[in-house]
Design a protein around this ligand. Structure first.
Ligand SMILES: Cc1cc2nc3c(=O)[nH]c(=O)nc-3n(C[C@H](O)[C@H](O)[C@H](O)COP(=O)(O)OP(=O)(O)OC[C@H]3O[C@@H](n4cnc5c(N)ncnc54)[C@H](O)[C@@H]3O)c2cc1C
Length: 417
C-alpha cells in the first residue's frame, strides 16, 4: 500500500520506519528542511516510561495558582480570547481527580512501556546510538513534604510493575556524584532504574537516514495546506508543491494536527503547550550528571547528552507563539546552576522552545478517524520521545489491518466523543 505520513518529527519518522517494515511504500512530508526540527528538536531527552506522569493530577489546580505567583514558575498562562485554550483547560482540570489520574496514568504507561520494548528492539536491529544513557532517571525533591507525597505513590507504581526506589540525600549523591556540591538543596529523591535518556533529535535524524537508505521517501520543505475528502475517504493532500495522493494517510503533525483536521469536521482536542530548553557545552564533565535528573520542585529536567548538558521545562499556555521569553530561559538556567554549578559555561547557551501537542487527559490519540483511510498519531504531549517507537509500531499495525500488541482502549479519538 502507498502511505503518506504527514509530519516528520519523531512520531512521523517512527511511523514511517514501522510502516516500511510492514511492507508499505512510504513517503514522509514535512515543511521543514529536515526531520525533527520542531518539537522533537531539543526536548528534555528523558525516556521516562516509569517516571512520566499525567500533568492532569490531583492537587494541580491549587498548585497551579500558587506556582503562577512565584518566581521561576513552571506554569505560565497567557489569557487570550481563544475558545480552544479554555475548552482544553477546563477539560484538563476535569481530569485532575484521583480516579481520572489513575486511568490516564495506566493508559500512558501502556503505550510508554510498550514503546520502551520497541526501542530496545530497534536498537538491537539497527545499532543506533543517540547519546543514550540506560542507567535510570532520578527525580529530586527540595522539601520533605514533596518527597513524602511522591513516596506515597510508590505502592501504586509497584502495582503497575514500575521499579522505583526512595533515596535519601546521601543516596541521591551516590547515584549522581555531581550533586555533592549542591546536596544541601535537596532532601531526597526517587530513582527509576528502568528509565533512560538520549537525544531525540539525533535519534530522529539517524532513523530518518536509515529509512531513506531503505527507500522511504522524504519530501522536505513541503507545506501541507489542506486535506481533501470525498465521502468517507481522504482523497488528496494539497501542498505548496502540488497535490499528493496515497492509499492511506497518517497525520503526525504534532500541535498543528488539529488545524488540518478542523476543515474536515474533526475536532481534535490537542493544544500547544510551550516548553523551553537551554543546551550548554560541558566545561567539567565530572561536575555534570551522568544521566538525567528532574528537579521536581521546579519541574525542570536536566539531561546529559554526550558533551552537552540540557535543561528543559516550563508549561506556557500561549497558543502558537514561539517567542523565546528570557524569564522562562532564566528559570531553567537558574536550576541548572543551582544543582550543577561547575558543569557548564552559561554564556554559550543554545536557547529553544517547542510546542508540546497536549491532549487534556494526557495520553496520545492513535488510530482511526471517521475517514476510513486517515489515521492519527498525535497528542503525545510531554512524553512524545518516550512513546515514539511504540506509537509508530501501533500505527503501522493499524494501517496494515493487523491486531496491535497492546489494547487501544482509551487511546483513540473515540474517548472524546
Ligand atoms: C521543553 C520540552 C521538553 C520535553 N521533554 C520531553 C522528554 O524529556 N521526554 C519525552 O518523552 N518528551 C518530551 N517532550 C515532548 C516531545 O518533545 C514531543 O511530544 C514530541 O517531540 C512530539 O513529536 P511530534 O513528532 O508529534 O511533533 P513534532 O516534532 O513537532 O513534529 C511535527 C512535524 O509536523 C510538521 N508539520 C506541522 N504542520 C505542518 C504542515 N502544515 N505542513 C508540513 N509539515 C507540518 C512539523 O514541521 C514537524 O516536523 C518535551 C517537549 C518540550 C517542548
Amino acid at each position: 500500500m502507498k502511505v503518506l505520513v504527514l509530519g516528520g518529527g519523531v512520531i512521523g519518522v517512527t511511523s514511517a520506519w514501522y510502516l516500511h517494515g510492514a511492507g508499505h511504500e512510504v513517503t514522509v512530508v514535512d515543511r521543514q528542511a529536515g526531520p525533527g526540527l520542531e518539537t522533537s528538536f531539543a526536548n528534555g531527552g528523558q525516556i521516562s516510561w516509569g517516571a512520566g506522569n499525567p500533568w492532569a493530577a490531583p492537587g494541580i489546580p491549587l498548585k497551579a495558582l500558587k506556582w503562577m505567583l512565584r518566581p521561576h514558575s513552571p506554569l505560565v498562562l497567557r489569557p487570550r480570547l481563544d475558545p480552544a485554550l479554555w475548552t482544553w483547560l477546563f477539560s484538563m482540570l476535569a481530569n485532575c481527580t484521583p480516579e481520572r489520574y489513575a486511568l490516564n496514568k495506566e493508559r500512558m504507561l501502556r503505550v510508554s512501556r510498550y514503546s520502551h520494548e520497541c526501542l530496545v528492539g530497534l536498537r538491537r536491529e539497527t545499532g543506533i546510538h543517540y547519546d543514550e544513557h540506560l542507567t535510570g532517571v532520578l527525580e529530586l525533591f527540595r522539601t520533605a513534604r514533596e518527597l513524602d507525597e511522591a513516596g506515597r505513590d510508590i505502592t501504586l507504581l509497584k502495582r503497575w510493575g514500575i521499579d522505583c526506589h526512595i533515596l535519601d540525600r546521601a543516596g541521591c549523591v551516590a547515584q549522581e556524584s555531581a550533586l555533592r556540591p549542591s546536596q544541601e538543596k535537596i532532601v531526597g529523591g526517587l530513582h527509576f532504574p528502568g528509565d533512560e535518556s538520549g537525544d531525540c533529535f539525533q535519534f530522529t535524524q539517524l532513523l530518518a537516514n536509515l529509512a531513506m537508505s531503505r527507500c522511504v521517501t522524504f519530501s522536505f520543505d513541503t507545506r501541507i495546506e489542506r486535506l481533501e475528502a470525498n465521502g468517507d475517504r481522504l482523497t488528496r493532500v494539497v501542498t505548496d508543491k502540488g497535490e499528493l495522493t496515497a492509499d492511506a494517510y497518517v497525520l503526525a503533525c504534532g500541535s498543528y494536527s488539529p488545524l488540518l483536521l478542523r476543515p474536515l469536521g474533526i475536532r481534535l482536542p490537542v493544544y500547544p503547550v510551550k516548553g523551553y530548553s537551554v543546551t550548554l557545552p560541558l566545561t567539567d564533565a565530572a561536575a555534570a550528571p551522568s544521566s538525567s535528573v528532574t528537579d521536581a520542585t521546579y519541574k525542570i529536567v536536566i539531561t546529559r547528552l554526550g558533551d552537552k548538558l540540557r535543561g528543559a521545562g516550563t508549561a506556557e499556555l500561549a497558543g502558537y507563539d514561539l517567542s523565546l521569553r528570557p524569564a522562562r530561559l532564566g528559570a531553567i538556567k537558574h536550576v541548572m546552576a543551582d544543582l550543577f554549578p561547575d558543569a557548564v559555561n552559561q554564556a554559550d547557551a543554545l536557547s529553544w522552545c517547542g510546542l508540546r501537542p497536549m491532549t487534556p487527559d494526557n495520553p496520545p490519540i492513535l488510530g482511526a478517524t471517521t475517514y476510513k483511510n486517515l489515521f492519527l498519531n498525535t497528542g503525545h504531549g510531554t512524553l512524545g520521545w518516550t512513546m515514539a517507537c511504540g506509537s509508530g509500531k501501533i500505527l503501522a499495525d493499524i494501517v496494515s489491518g493487523r491486531p496491535t500488541d497492546i489494547d487501544l482502549k482509551g487511546l483513540t479519538l473515540a474517548r472524546f466523543s
